[in-house]
Each structure stands twice: as structure tokens, then as C-alpha cells.
Design a protein around this ligand. Structure first.
Ligand SMILES: [Zn+2]
Length: 50
């Protein structure tokens, strides 16, 4: 067991938890784009809500 640290907020950018694909299930993370999330495995795209 090491010295785990919490994520820090640096330069106004917050490291968020990645979104997992609803089709592929947890463990498959979706790539985050400026206005949407995209799953590289199945091609599922989810647009961000504003
Ligand atoms: Zn997927």
C-alpha cells in the first residue's frame, strides 16, 4: 500500500472521472471531446448536455 494521493486541481483544469460506455459496460471508457463523448470500441456517441 503506497502513498495514494487525491487528484489535484491545477491551472483551473479539473481531472474528472472518465465516462464509461453504456453499451460496452463499465471498464470501457469513452473519449471526451469538446461537445461529446465517443466510444472507440462500438462507436457510441453521447453528446454533452448544456
Ligand atoms: Zn462502446
Amino acid at each position: 500500500m503506497g502513498a495514494e494521493r487525491y487528484f489535484k486541481i491545477e491551472g483551473g483544469k479539473i481531472t474528472r472521472l472518465k465516462k464509461s460506455c453504456p453499451k460496452c459496460g463499465p471498464g470501457t471508457f469513452m473519449a471526451e471531446h469538446s461537445d461529446r463523448y465517443h466510444c472507440g470500441r462500438c462507436g457510441y456517441t453521447e453528446f454533452k448536455k448544456k
